[in-house]
Design a protein around this ligand. Structure first.
Ligand code: GMT
Length: 377
């Protein structure tokens, strides 16, 4: 199959899912063409069958605001036509699904057809897409897609309800390569963050306000009253300065390590004991899944698709978002009770392997592609 994939190429779960999907499809012999404004960061090395097409942005002085959606449509058109794509799979509805719709209409005038699949990831539906100026466009672009997938049952329900959409949405959960994200503790790295044997909490995200990263620092503050602990924060984004300020205010500067954006997450996760995800909005929680694959129990909020991933009292704990005291209590309970911790760690790994491994999820996408392409006849 010849598949075009459009995604946000930098840090963020939707780009990770799209890139790992493309890599896996290419390894299975499909020809994959990434179309985006930058090289997807998870495409770190050459992979056979993968091609990259960069969207060119015109610098014409009249265009005070860059016309990304239109430039993307033009590049999609070019790739569909000259690479003879069978389908275009766009990740994150805004503006990708709309650009794809437009490309499809134009290519029809060249007597060609292309199938469009849109994967909904999260805030394209729960936040940005709901803005009055975007809502009709998002609804239209979803309804006009030939296939629509959502990364959780929660997100599917939100889409159907909030947009009053009449579309068949297939749920395909996020996935992880559990042979790469595995249990492989690194004592040396661990000691660099926790030289006196402290427990290590970890959180990775793009530090947007919805992630409530400041809660992780407040949780550490409470946990430290009971057990020696450190917090490792990976990633960067709008809330990072506020987090650094809070760590100083709570006199935790020596206990919170801000690593910024990092590659090789599997190694960093392996130096920690427990993953925190206190989000206010989370359609699935890919970074929590990656942590679970490394055997880390997760203490999270109960929002969105998180209960589809985290099993309360089995692979971790869930609490109301904003309930920092309860999350701290759960964290202390797990870290103080070695037998329980080991069982939760094992359960977390098993849940990732048995339900969300890459080898289970990629065939679901392939099957879905075939069913959508079957409608061509
Ligand atoms: O919707 C977003 O906030 C962006 C997106 C991203 O690019 O990071 O994140 C979403 O997609 C991930 C991959 O499908 C999900 O695991 C995340 O839960 C989801 N984020 C939110 O819903 C906040």
């Amino acid at each position: 199959m010849k598949i075009g994939i459009t995604c946000y190429p930098t840090y963020g779960g939707s780009g990770v899912v799209a890139t790992e999907l493309g890599k896996a499809l290419a390894e299975k012999g499909h020809e994959v063409h990434f179309i985006s404004y930058a090289f997807p960061h998870r495409l770190s090395h050459y992979v056979k069958n993968i091609y990259y097409h960069e969207v060119e942005l015109s610098k014409y002085p009249l265009f005070e605001h860059q016309l990304y959606g239109l430039a993307l449509t033009s590049k999609m058109l070019e790739v569909i036509e000259f690479e003879n794509l069978d389908l275009l799979h766009v990740h994150y509805a805004i503006p990708h699904a709309t650009s794809a719709y437009l490309a499809k209409q134009i290519i029809r005038t060249h007597n060609k057809d292309i199938k469009i699949i849109t994967t909904l990831h999260g805030t394209d539906i729960t936040l940005v897409g709901l803005e009055p100026s975007f809502l009709p466009l998002v609804k239209f672009s979803i309804e006009e897609s030939d296939g629509v997938t959502a990364v959780s049952r929660f997100l599917k329900e939100q889409t159907l309800t909030n947009y009053n959409i009449h579309a068949d949405i297939k749920v395909i959960h996020n996935f992880v390569d559990t042979s790469l994200y595995t249990i492989n503790p690194s004592q040396k790295m661990r000691e660099s963050y926790a030289p006196n044997g402290e427990k290590i909490l970890i959180h990775t995200s793009n530090f947007r306000v919805v992630k409530r990263v400041t809660d992780t620092i407040r949780i550490l503050d409470l946990v430290k009253k009971e057990i020696p602990a450190k917090l490792v924060l990976v990633g960067d984004g709008p809330d990072r300065s506020e987090c650094e300020r809070l760590a100083r205010e709570l006199d935790l500067s020596d206990d919170v390590k801000f690593l910024g954006k990092q590659d090789g997450l599997e190694e960093i996760l392996n130096c920690a004991d427990l993953f925190l995800m206190p989000s206010q909005s989370e359609s699935f929680g890919l970074s929590a899944l990656e942590a679970m694959a490394c055997g880390l129990p997760v203490v999270s909020s109960s929002v969105g698709g998180l209960p589809e991933l985290v099993r309360h009292n089995e692979t971790g704990y869930i609490a109301e978002f904003g309930d920092i005291s309860r999350m701290a209590l759960y964290t202390i309970d797990l870290l103080k009770n070695e037998k329980k911790y080991k069982a939760f760690s094992r359960n977390a790994r098993e849940r990732a392997v048995n339900n969300f491994d890459i080898n289970l999820i990629i065939p679901q996408y392939e099957k879905y592609y075939e069913s959508v392409l079957g409608d061509l006849a």
